[in-house]
Write a protein that binds this ligand. Structure first.
Ligand code: AFP
Length: 341
């Protein structure tokens, strides 16, 4: 018997144990973050179970409401949002919440307030629900600046102030990817234990990738650097092989693949959407934080994505993120266009 392998199989690193270990790096810490995270994990488990049962429980389909982006809202979106808001409020560790599904920020009742702010998209990729494609929850966590004067400014902080970010992907397996600012780790839900177990320690995005990921249906409206970049992916002039195209249309799934296999994910600005489509607070920032923590880069076409200073809750931004070298290439194309004008 291989005793070393056996010991590993029986010495399970759950997500809570991992975060408690991380807490050791901050001697002043009193466990508040661990409690907050355990409530986020509970929300993820609930949604994972609801997604698995969706077809059976007739949760799929329109709920007859539209969300603040004017999109059709699905029943699962409504349910996931309710679950996360309740889980976060009841943790007693949150103060301001921003959800993709709520037009206004939620200011937690003072009696239940803690020091964290959470921006989240409870169920991103909802147009993929009905066909069973992977969808996910995305979240970013900040600390309030002044507990006696809580304002919208607490959630309109630049991404560089983010303390932690993550996503949970509801796919062929349920995977939670988390960074608390000290690298990126992936945990897979073991349904028999009901626990997320560390399966992808210290994720590093390959320095250069072989995949590009973009909605090419928007190509006619792209700006010149994006169009040139995608042309280079397909018809490289340096003797390298063309890149493969993979696009799921569900950011969590596209970013998860990019983190593991490398490459670049693009949601650029175009003539119809000058700010792109993806939302800064709960899509662009958390994914950029994770990508940087994994050794990659995130760029808006003008600047490092995490340095954006959002002024509105549901603000959008163009985004290019992934392997370090691939993002360098698109940065160079934007820089040469800027120097040409
Ligand atoms: P939905 O939640 O409406 O499916 O949008 C998903 C999303 O916000 C993000 O997850 C995808 O990366 C992106 O939009 C896909 O957008 P396109 O359908 O325009 O390619």
């Amino acid at each position: 018997m291989d005793h070393a392998a056996e010991a590993q199989r029986t010495d399970l690193m759950t997500i809570t144990r991992h975060v408690l270990n991380e807490q050791g790096r901050h001697p002043e810490s009193r466990g508040d973050f661990t409690i907050l995270l355990s409530h986020i994990v509970l929300g993820c488990k609930f949604v994972a179970s609801a997604v698995n049962k969706a077809g059976l429980a007739k949760l799929i389909g329109l709920a007859g409401e539209t969300n603040v982006q004017g999109e059709e809202q699905k029943k699962l979106d409504v349910l996931s949002n309710e679950v996360f808001v309740k889980a976060l409020v009841s943790s007693g560790r949150t103060c301001v919440l921003v959800s993709e599904e709520n037009e206004e920020a939620i200011f937690v009742d003072p009696a239940l307030r803690g020091k964290y702010c959470v921006c989240f998209d409870p169920l991103d990729g909802s147009s993929n629900i009905d066909c069973g494609v992977s969808i996910g929850t995305i979240f970013g966590i900040y600390m309030i600046k002044d507990k006696d004067n809580v304002t919208l400014g607490d959630v309109l902080q630049p991404g560089t102030d983010m303390l932690a970010a993550g996503y949970c992907m509801y796919g062929s397996s349920c995977t939670l990817v988390l960074s608390t600012g000290n690298g990126v780790n992936g945990f897979t839900l073991d349904p028999s234990l009901g626990e997320f177990i560390l399966t992808h320690p210290n994720i590093k995005v390959p320095k250069k990738g072989k995949i590009y990921s973009v909605n090419e249906g928007n190509a006619k409206n792209w700006d010149a650097p994006t169009a040139k970049y995608v042309e280079k992916c397909k018809f490289p002039q340096d003797g390298s092989s063309p890149k493969s195209l993979r696009y799921i249309g569900s950011m969590v799934a596209d970013i998860h693949r990019t983190l593991l296999y490398g490459g670049i994910f693009l949601y650029p600005a175009d003539q119809k959407s000058p700010n792109g489509k993806l939302r800064v607070l709960y899509e662009v920032f958390p994914m950029s934080f994770l990508m940087e923590q994994a050794g990659g880069q995130a760029f808006t076409g003008k600047q490092r994505a995490l340095e954006l200073a959002p002024t509105k809750l549901h603000e959008r931004s163009p985004i290019f993120l992934g392997s370090y070298d691939d993002v360098e290439e698109i940065k160079a194309l934007y820089a040469s266009e800027a120097s040409a004008v």
